[in-house]
Design a protein around this ligand. Structure first.
Ligand code: FEO
Ligand code: CA
Ligand code: CA
Ligand code: CA
Length: 635
């Protein structure tokens, strides 16, 4: 669908890019290479490590890299084994309600509501009693391919199909166990749970009960039905799951003439999903405020099966990829997030209160009070966190921000006025708590530098950026600092590419379009890619093969390819058991059609992974990865 790829719309028409545009080509080059004097000072350990490049042994990465492929299979290194579990449509394991998956996709909407959703994305392992052999997997289901979801595809559309599509969105909680050398779902499980596009969520924080959040069905502005387009995930230090609502704007049908606010958030007259035809909640001409009730970071306590999920408005409204927590020395939470849309922003929230001992219940309102900031990356390698505080600077009633709730609901417009830096589609972040460093994938932006679009700047240095980059920063002091130093960890793309803007500075195995990111306990930065079906295998993407997962040694700079996925999939989400010996990742949309909707008459046209069953269809699934010798993943 038109949500997660480089052909997506951008709706940032604000003028604040030009002040960061870099006119000095020499400066651009050092930023690309990461070799400026300032950068050399800041990143001295990393740069000095580069001298050892070329050595055959890498202390951190012990596996043999896998080659690129365009075959419809999943490949892991020698000595590793991979197994697909928990595919779309498998029952999650609610007692007495476990309808079996039907390979012709004829399960009802009611079945789907208790089965794994479609299009698995971010995933986290929550150990039960600290165990590396039994735990909960919590994962997002980003969106649906309605060509695959219903036996006859989308025609004719009806209310049951809307319900099934909504039920295939959201979040799943499943219990898993390692028994006799194999991971399986525990079914039934008291923890098994689904959150869909119609599960009640509480609204909390400054924008809850705001007049812009009130609807006919919820006059108090306190309860929203559903979560949408959930992309990346993280686990908080107090044991909850955070999920980002990403491209929710594409689910609403808008009016002929959009308001400035609707246009700024990318509303369309006819959305990609025909939900509004049978569920008037998504018809913005009738229920304009429903649109404001999505775009929030969602917090879930998976260990309490009856806990109410919450949308945390203090973290701002955005096309949130996800949200990740760092901890200050005095134990306050700093939540970093970005929005995956062209020319949008990176944010951080600093909590007012300290993290309490006592887990989820003791921190039930921690993310409701604090200050939200947006990032400006300057060309001299400095960065600034600009507060989104009503009454400060341009964020006044006269400019359309009557109170803090309105600032948070209109965080994009507020960021425009503050002069934040328009980024190349921020995807996942990873935090090195010990070193005080933060990494963010900027997946690509083919519109950078196009006519009437923002030009290059220091942080987003390539026009027609088809390859993407990983930016990193270190706060000046603790994580709550107002300034930081930044540079690029890596520019993706083949260093041998003939076009300058598509050249990367990768040392080791090439990749493009970084998206998923995970920093493991040993310090390996795992990178997952998401090049779209319309881009892959041709032109500048020729030679990159199927989407993949790589390991990056931040000391030596080496990148090594760990896994390649099946045809037209995205590799996304990664989590490890506490002992580091089992890794879970997700394969999203194997066989994705170029138009993001499969032909129901030929559902296996591009892929039939993982079932390879005649008459079946490709399915997103979780992949369990183990070493044959039971060792730590990556060694
Ligand atoms: Fe849903 Fe930005 O990936
Ligand atoms: Ca995708
Ligand atoms: Ca992506
Ligand atoms: Ca993503």
């Amino acid at each position: 669908m038109a949500k997660d790829f480089d052909t997506m719309e951008d709706s940032n028409r604000s003028a604040n890019a030009s002040i960061h545009q870099v006119s000095d080509p020499a400066r651009r080059i050092w930023l690309q290479g990461g070799l400026g004097a300032l950068a050399a000072g800041l990143w001295a350990p990393w740069l000095s490590g580069c001298a050892s490049m070329g050595a055959k042994e890498d202390a951190l990465l012990g596996f043999k890299s896998v080659p690129v492929t365009d075959k419809d299979t999943l490949v892991v290194p020698e000595g590793y084994a991979a197994l697909a579990i928990a595919a779309w449509g498998e029952p999650v394991g609610m007692a007495g309600n476990m309808p079996a998956w039907k390979p012709d996709a004829s399960n009802s909407a009611a079945d789907q509501a208790v089965q794994m959703g479609m299009h698995h994305d971010g995933i986290e392992y929550f150990p039960l009693d600290g165990s590396s052999m039994r735990g909960l997997l919590v994962m997002n289901h980003e969106y649906t391919d309605d060509g695959l979801l219903h036996p006859g595809g989308m025609t004719p559309w009806n209310a049951e199909k809307t319900m099934k599509s909504q039920a295939a969105h959201g979040v799943s909680v499943i219990e898993v166990e390692l028994k006799d050398g194999r991971w399986n779902l525990v079914r039934p499980s008291k923890y098994a749970r689904r959150f869909t596009a119609y599960t009640p969520f509480a609204l909390s924080g400054p924008a809850a009960d705001h007049k812009l959040m009130k609807t006919a069905a919820d006059p108090a502005g306190r309860t929203v039905l559903g979560t949408l387009n959930n992309c990346a995930s993280s686990m908080t230090p107090w044991g909850t799951y955070l999920s980002g609502e990403e491209n929710w704007a594409f689910y609403f049908d808008g009016p002929e003439k959009m308001s400035a606010d609707q246009a700024r958030w990318g509303m369309r007259k006819k959305s990609f999903y025909p939900w509004a035809t049978t569920d008037k909640r998504f018809d913005a001409t009738q229920h304009p405020n429903e649109f404001h009730r999505f775009g929030w970071v969602v917090e879930i306590d998976p260990t309490d099966p009856i806990s109410l999920p919450v949308k945390r408005t203090a973290l701002g409204r955005a096309a949130h990829e996800g949200a990740w927590v760092a901890v200050t020395k005095d134990r306050r939470a700093v939540v970093y997030s970005g929005e995956d849309a062209r020319f949008e922003y990176i944010y951080k929230f600093v909590s007012r209160d300290k993290i309490a001992s006592g887990g989820a219940k003791a921190n039930g309102s921690l993310l409701d009070h604090g200050t939200l900031y947006v990032a400006r990356f300057d060309a001299d390698g400095s960065g600034h966190w600009l507060p989104l505080e009503q009454g400060q600077g341009p964020l006044t009633a006269a400019n359309g921000f009557a109170d803090q709730g309105e600032v948070l609901i209109k965080s994009r417009q507020a960021s425009d006025l503050l002069g934040a830096t328009k980024m190349d589609r921020p995807e996942w972040l990873a935090i090195d708590q010990a070193k005080g460093e933060v990494y963010c994938t900027l997946t690509n932006n083919s519109q950078r530098g196009a006519k009437d679009k923002p030009g290059v700047d220091a942080a987003n240095p390539r026009a027609n950026n088809v390859m993407g980059q990983i930016i990193r920063w270190k706060e000046d002091g603790d994580f709550d600092a107002l300034t930081m130093r930044w540079d690029h960890l890596v520019l993706a793309g083949d260093p041998a590419n003939e076009r300058a803007e598509a050249k990367g500075n990768i040392r080791g195995d090439i990749f493009a379009c970084p998206d998923g990111l995970m920093l493991d306990a040993r310090g390996v930065l795992w990178v997952q890619t998401d090049a779209h079906a319309t881009q892959m295998y041709k032109g500048e993407m020729k030679g990159f093969g199927n989407n993949q997962m790589l390991a990056l040694d931040r000391t030596t700079g080496e990148v090594r390819r760990f896994l390649t996925g099946p045809v037209n999939c995205e590799v996304t989400g990664a989590t490890l058991t506490p002992d580091g010996r089992t890794m879970f990742i997700n394969i999203q949309h194997p066989g994705e059609a170029p138009g993001d909707r499969s032909d129901p008459a030929d559902p296996t046209k591009y892929s039939n992974w993982p079932d390879r069953q005649a008459g079946g269809r490709p399915r997103s699934a979780t992949v369990v990865i183990r070493k044959a010798d039971g060792g730590v993943i990556g060694t």
